[in-house]
Design a protein around this ligand. Structure first.
Ligand code: TMP
Length: 215
């Protein structure tokens, strides 16, 4: 069985993480082994970097370098071995978040991010870069996301950004999604059941059981 790399993306408050359990259950019911993970994070080193990234003020280049350092460790130690075993890798955020948050949100140089992406996501056999097979992009207006975030747990460095920041991040996601066929847009403004129906449909049509191209 070939591995399948699924990522979930969207601005803070879009509601993606609340569907992870159900997605994992769906794959398990199909007899697939699931490696569930997140970024920044997924290894002990990357989780330590996550705390720094989310809590410490730093310039956008430092932030980008730390995000990609965490990603490199995560890829080498978790994602690649899991895909090689034939697992479904279910990852809460990946590089699209860097282009959206550091690139668009913080107005950092996208060419530098592309260079880091090429270094960090290079495959051992030097073929294509490691990229998700499918990305579910939870699209929600920043104003609606702000309402959902208000009153939630203590906000981190990103969650406490003004709505203008999330307008840029949302635009960054839209641009990234326009450039790659692996994205499926989920209308995250709908209620939970309707959002789940969209996710199920996307996985039926584009998920591992739909006969996605083997790696
Ligand atoms: P989470 O709350 O969805 O786990 O994401 C953690 C925060 O980190 C979220 O606000 C987005 C941010 N982030 C970046 O700024 N750049 C990245 O590359 C990633 C993966 C996350």
């Amino acid at each position: 069985m070939s591995g399948f790399f699924l990522t979930l993306e969207g601005i803070d408050g879009a509601g993606k993480s609340s569907h992870l359990d159900a997605i994992e259950t769906l794959f398990s019911a199909q007899g697939r082994r699931v490696t569930r993970t997140r970024e920044p994070g997924g290894t002990s080193l990357a989780e330590s970097l996550r705390s720094l990234i989310l809590d410490e003020p730093m310039d956008a280049l430092t932030e980008s370098l730390l995000v990609f350092a965490a990603r490199r460790d995560h890829i080498v130690r978790v994602i690649q071995p899991a895909l090689a075993r034939g697992d479904v890798v279910l990852c809460d955020r990946f590089t699209d978040a860097t282009f959206a948050y550091q690139g668009a949100g913080r107005d950092f140089d996208a060419q530098v991010l592309s260079t880091l992406e090429r270094w960090v996501q290079a495959q051992p056999d030097a073929t294509n870069l490691l990229q998700p097979d499918l990305t579910l992009w939870f699209d929600l207006a920043p104003e609606a996301a702000a309402v959902r975030l208000a009153g939630a747990r203590l906000p981190d460095k990103f969650e406490s950004q003004p709505v203008d920041f999330f307008r840029r991040v949302a635009q960054g996601y839209a641009e990234r999604a326009a450039g790659a066929a692996r994205f499926v847009r989920i209308d995250a403004s709908q209620n939970r059941e309707e959002v789940w129906a969209q996710i199920e449909a996307a996985l039926r049509e584009r998920g591992p059981a739909a006969g996605a191209t083997p790696r």
